[in-house]
Design a protein around this ligand. Structure first.
Ligand code: SAH
Length: 454
């Protein structure tokens, strides 16, 4: 059968992609449908067609899955943020467990590893401590919202149900400031205009708030007015920063910051540890689930107090400090220099004396210190989405630690790296997915790997 754009079909949704799109078939041809759930039957219209697959738009549900629920957000389906809001929370957790199990089996080729059920949140709303709003315009009016799915058009909105509520108040104040002062907003196409992004960060335990205004220029006209309004309208503002980004790229933050008001960091706690967080440093976005995740890592590490531990891709040293109490010595390695500076300071603030932090790429630093004779008993890796560089994994295998903990935000690259480690002497024993990103297709996991020989 020939399938053409705008043709309509009634199809059964027989699977889901990792991002939560429904998958169906027209004869042997695969069709992806946003917003459709496994088990449903739907009328769809073909909106895109390639050699190997088609994309369909959901027109009407003929049969509804029991897992379907009503999305809580007014811009659901237009905003690219939450692709699973139409699935009830329990079913979301099952879906995520399935994604991890599938990856481990299909990509990792591991058969005997236990993948536990995903640990969810008791209240899966307003869980994010960081928002990054793109700023643009619609007609003449500035808009501050989120990108639409697979696009850079900005969906203006006032409320985001997964963000800390203060971030909504902040963007309202900034929007008003832009209008009242006729401040220009950035246009990606021409590279002209001033204000590009507004980033907000909140300390969940301290309440402290940081606002970062990213600009394509070196100063913000009437900046003092913005400071005054934010301090008046939003409680607990501790830091207002101008971030300078004049490059015409998709990278949100530039390298240079200017303090407009208050401190250059805010403070928050994970467990009993206190952290100072800079605008450019990575800090976990869901502090409640981070504690769950780190707790699991600590449990899996089975430390006795005599071990040397590596925390690779350490950010501002959060995992390192968590593990420091039960180890002899902890080394943290991180590529962002600001984060390493924060990590050192965080160790000092928390009176941790057995942690050392090194700036650089893990795949370069670790082979270097290995050559100098440094050895680890337990290694934690927590890489970005692309996973670990093979040069790092090679060195770890040579170093021969008794245990490796792999913390990952991407099941596919995790599974790839577990496959490498399995072939080189490390058995994945247990995998615990943790839901750090409710209502989105993302899932975090921690894996315990033991050395096969004793
Ligand atoms: N473990 C930390 C941070 C994890 S996010 C936490 O739980 O908060 C991943 C971190 O890896 C980021 O801080 C990023 O800057 C860093 N990173 C990315 N590539 C790296 C590399 N090649 N070597 C070391 N760190 C890297």
């Amino acid at each position: 059968m020939e399938i053409r754009k705008n043709d309509t079909f009634t199809i059964d949704i027989t699977g889901m992609t990792h991002e939560g799109q429904g998958v169906g078939r027209i004869e042997n041809f695969t069709v992806f449908v946003d917003g459709a759930v496994e088990g449903e039957t739907a009328d769809i219209r073909i909106i895109k067609i390639t050699k190997s697959y088609a994309a369909g738009k959901l027109i009407r549900l003929v049969k509804t899955a029991p897992a379907r629920t009503r999305p809580f957000c007014g811009v659901y389906g237009r905003c690219g943020g939450c692709s699973l809001q139409h699935i009830d929370y329990e079913a979301q957790l099952k879906f995520k467990t399935g994604v991890v199990r599938e990856a481990v089996k299909r990509i990792g080729k591991l058969e005997d590893v236990v993948v536990h059920e995903t640990i969810g949140m008791s209240r899966a709303l307003n869980y994010r401590n960081k928002a990054q709003f793109p700023v643009g315009f619609s007609g003449d009016a500035p808009v501050i919202g989120f990108y639409a799915s697979r696009s850079h058009s900005i969906i203006n909105s006032d409320i985001c149900g997964i963000q800390d509520e203060k971030s909504d108040r902040i963007r309202e104040v900034v929007r008003k400031f832009l209008i009242d002062n006729s401040v220009s907003v950035y246009d990606e196409v021409t590279g002209k205009g001033l204000v590009r992004h507004v980033m907000t960060r909140t300390g969940f335990k301290t309440g402290e708030v940081m606002v970062v205004v990213v600009i394509n220029g070196s100063s913000l006209p009437s900046g003092q007015q913005l400071v005054d309004s934010l301090c008046r309208e939003v409680p607990d503002i501790r830091s207002i920063i101008l971030n300078i980004n004049t490059k015409n790229t998709n990278v949100v933050l530039g390298e240079r910051n200017k303090v407009l008001y208050g401190n250059d960091t805010i403070t928050d706690y994970i467990g009993k540890f206190k952290f100072e967080i800079s605008p450019l440093s990575f800090f976990q976005v869901n502090p409640v689930q981070t504690e769950v995740l780190y707790g699991k890592a600590l449990e899996y590490a089975q430390l006795s107090g005599s071990e040397t531990v590596f925390d690779l891709y350490c950010g501002i040293g959060t995992i390192a400090l968590f593990l420091s109490e039960k180890s002899k010595k902890v080394y943290g390695v991180e590529v962002v220099e600001d984060a390493v500076r924060d990590a050192k300071r965080n160790a000092r603030i928390n009176n941790v004396e057995n942690a050392e932090f090194i700036a650089g790429e893990a795949e370069v630093v670790v082979p270097g210190i290995y050559r100098q004779g440094v050895r680890a008993d337990v290694v934690v890796v927590d890489p970005p989405r692309k996973g670990c560089d093979e040069r790092l994994l090679e060195t770890l295998v040579k170093m021969d630690p008794s245990r490796i903990l792999y913390v990952s935000c991407n099941p596919s690259t995790l599974a790839r790296d577990l496959n490498y480690l399995a072939a080189n002497g490390y058995r994945a024993v247990e995998i615990q997915p943790v839901d750090m990103f409710p209502h989105t297709g993302h899932v975090e996991t921690v894996v315990r790997l033991d050395r096969k020989h004793s």
